[in-house]
Design a protein around this ligand. Sequence first.
Ligand SMILES: [Zn+2]
Length: 266
Amino acid sequence: MIGPCKEMQEHLAAYVDKQIEDEARAMVQAHVEQCLACRAEIEAQITLKRQLQTLKRRESRTTPAPKIWANAVAEWDRRDGARRRRYQLRYAVMACCMLLLLFGAVWAKWVAVHDFPVDAVMRDFRHARKAEVKPAYPTTDTDKARNYLNQQLGVEIPPLNLSLSQSQLVGVDLIPIANTRCARLLYRTPHGLIGLYVSPSGTQFPDLLTQSVEGESFFLDAKNKDVGLYGWTAGRVGYGLVAVKPLDAVKNVLLDAARSTQQPGP
Ligand SMILES: [Zn+2]
């Protein structure tokens, strides 16, 4: 900026603000009429001033708001907190109920899977005998039967060779009983067909009395008229021998079976 323009600069702001003496205003007006640069400067200053005023008005409109805003935020926080506490309590109660349900289910399942399916295997034997069922895995070889069972049941079971009591294996079946894995081995014995049931998870015989046979202890279920069951546990597996009554007739087979199951694994 040179010459008169530089001189004008000192007056431009006052001119825009209309805080200028008449003499100076006349001088600025006279100059501006001929100087594009200074006219542009004045227009720019006027525009800036308007913008500032607009901004100030907006600000003044929102000035009381922060306090209201702060109060509102505090109120919302309070309500949120109360709601959150209510929900927390609700969730806690719900979680407790679900835990109880889960615990109950697990407990029921645990109890169920640890009970030997006494009634179910007696029903199965009754059916197998009457219908003369052919085993799904027919074999007289107790080693093969053992391998098959170990694969299918996922537990180590010794070979159940009952040749000492003149009993011969007919074959093996996996039978679905109450969602547990259970196997049935059918044998021909001098006293007719018997069923030897293997339940890896059914190692308990609740409600059954113990009976001693030649010094060995068994659980006995003899309440049915036609068939009865001797139960025992060996190697963390439950066994049940089912035969037609009288059960005394299969005493030798029973002792043979119990001896087989108590053999140590390979
Ligand atoms: Zn100028």
